[in-house]
Design a protein around this ligand. Structure first.
Ligand code: NAP
Length: 495
């Protein structure tokens, strides 16, 4: 029986949407629809299928607390393993029946008179919902830079998150633009196969070691059979991740130790002085995502690979031209240029109370109370919303915590017989001010990155603290921070 007959529409069947659906279903909310653009659940792990795609967070932490596995193949699981895990968890928790795939949501509008959301898909279907959970993530809209004459390029070209099935780099001259977390995973594989590989780097990165070899049989057996070992590893990785955040939060002290550790590793890996000079970062350790790979820097020093740091000025029908006039002829261009992370669900049309568009409410920069609720948008909840990204931890922990918070909000709606719940504007404004103040002095504010909004450069993607702080902050929803509205008749129910 659905709690209070409350209908919930979740947008996005990635980890966040699935976490929300599982949490709600477990607590008796079972009138749920999950609208997903892709033909299958999995979110970013469905779309990203480039060679060697893997999580850079250890799987013992990058997994649901309630669905721990002991048979991960290696410390950071490959994409296929993660996708199987996500789809398996969804299936085991009865979520499949809620899924509506191949459905791109184009608009969500709050109907004030009826006190509900109307959710429309781009093919004209419509759903009504008493509560809307937007779980579209931060990393799903490819960002492709508008390079002059890019449309004239005659070879293959694609974004790393849209890797075509049949792409074969063997014998080809390939350009990769971008050297972030995605690019550095597949560049070593391309270097093995391509005849010539040009890596176009705009900003260098800090690296830490990770070989990510398959676990030997004895370790897999130990993790499988020794009681407590799995939990112990998860706890250890949790604290290790918190330590990385500590370094980012304290760039002048602990951050220096992290930087020295990274510099030592990079110095050992970068034997070629020319490549070393180009690949050496010139900004504070931890400002951008620290990258884990023992394979990338050696790949840059292969004879068939050139690291190019000169800015790209344009493309021609068969070449990439840099600002110094050098023309590098290529058969394929791969954009590893990241995502439009801080757009969040925009440009999807989201219209709240009084016809207010989310795009307008967020004109300065996206913001939400605890990254979850936005004033003026009743009964709308975000998963992986503004300021909930993590540079050092596992996003799944944040998403699970958000799902439990949203469930509490809906329980309050039901027990009070209310129709909607909305965060008080002054509460959101205060929490946002305090949150932004916590970035002061951290590494995050010491360079440009995709975590920041262009205008005043405020950080919009990341949480400024530790995983444990976020988990604590959302453990218990404080109803005094919210306004409950009563527009329609509804039977109050017991909790
Ligand atoms: P990214 O980290 O944003 O990297 C994009 C790269 O493209 C950067 O090197 C960037 O340079 C470059 N770039 C962007 N625009 C450019 C332009 N106009 N000209 C030249 N270069 C340009 O994107 P990503 O590698 O796809 O990773 C995004 C996020 O996804 C990561 O930070 C991480 O959170 C997540 N991710 C996670 C995993 C995982 O294993 N968990 C794996 C992949 C990705 P600048 O640095 O100068 O901007």
């Amino acid at each position: 029986m659905a709690r209070g007959g409350l209908r919930v529409v979740i947008v996005g069947a990635g980890l966040g949407g699935i976490a929300a659906a599982i949490e709600l279903r477990r607590h008796g909310f079972d009138d749920i629809r999950i609208l997903e653009k892709a033909p299958a659940p999995g979110g970013t792990w469905f779309y990203n299928r480039y060679p060697k795609c893997a999580c850079d967070v250890p799987s013992h932490l990058y997994s649901f607390s309630f669905a721990q596995r002991r048979d991960w193949s290696r410390i950071c699981s490959p994409r296929e393993e993660i996708l199987r895990y996500i789809q398996g968890v969804a299936h085991d928790h009865g979520i499949d029946e809620y899924l509506v795939t191949d459905t791109e949501v184009s608009a969500c509008r709050w109907d004030e008179a009826a006190s509900r959301w109307t959710v429309s898909s781009s093919d004209g279907r419509v759903w009504d919902a008493d509560a809307l959970v937007v779980a579209t993530g931060q990393l799903h809209k490819p960002s492709v830079p508008p390079l002059p004459a890019a449309d004239r390029f005659g070879g293959e070209s694609f974004h790393s998150s849209r890797w075509p099935d049949g792409f074969d780099p063997r014998g080809k001259r390939v350009a990769v633009i971008g050297t972030g977390a995605s690019g550095i995973q597949f560049i070593p594989a391309l270097a093995d196969q391509a005849q010539r590989l040009f890596v176009f780097q705009r900003t260098a990165n800090w690296f830490l070691p990770r070989r990510n070899r398959a676990y030997p049989a004895w370790l897999r057996a130990a993790i499988s059979y020794l009681p407590g070992l799995q939990a112990c590893r998860r706890r250890y990785i949790y604290h290790y991740a918190e330590m990385l955040t500590r370094m980012i939060r304290n760039p002048r002290t602990l951050g220096r130790i992290g930087g020295a550790w990274s510099a030592t590793f990079m110095r050992l890996q970068l034997r070629d002085p020319q490549v070393r000079r180009k690949a050496w970062p010139n900004y504070t350790f931890g400002c951008k995502r620290v990258l884990f790979s023992s394979h990338y820097l050696p790949a840059l020093q292969r004879p068939n690979v050139e690291l190019v740091t000169e800015p790209i000025s344009r493309l021609t029908s068969g070449a990439v031209v840099t600002a110094d006039g050098v023309q590098r002829e290529v058969d394929a261009v791969i954009y590893a240029t990241g995502f439009r992370a801080i757009d969040f669900m925009l440009p999807m049309e989201v219209v709240g109370r009084g016809g207010c568009r989310l795009g307008e409410a967020w004109a300065g920069a996206p913001h939400a109370h605890l990254g979850i609720t936005v004033p003026g948008f009743p009964s709308m909840f975000l998963i992986y919303g503004p300021n909930t990204n993590t540079s050092g931890g596992s996003i799944i922990l944040y998403e699970e915590a958000q799902a439990a918070y949203i469930r509490q909000a809906l329980e309050h709606v039901v027990t009070r017989g209310a129709d909607a719940v909305e965060v008080r504007p002054e509460v959101e404004a205060t929490s946002d001010r305090k949150l932004q103040a916590r970035f002061k002095g951290t590494a995050w504010v010491q360079c440009e990155s995709w975590y920041r909004e262009g205008g005043d450069g405020r950080i919009v993607a990341n949480w400024p603290g530790y995983m444990r702080e976020y988990q604590r902050a959302v453990t218990r929803l404080d109803p005094s921070e919210y306004e409950f509205t009563y527009a329609r008749e509804r039977e109050p129910l017991g909790a």
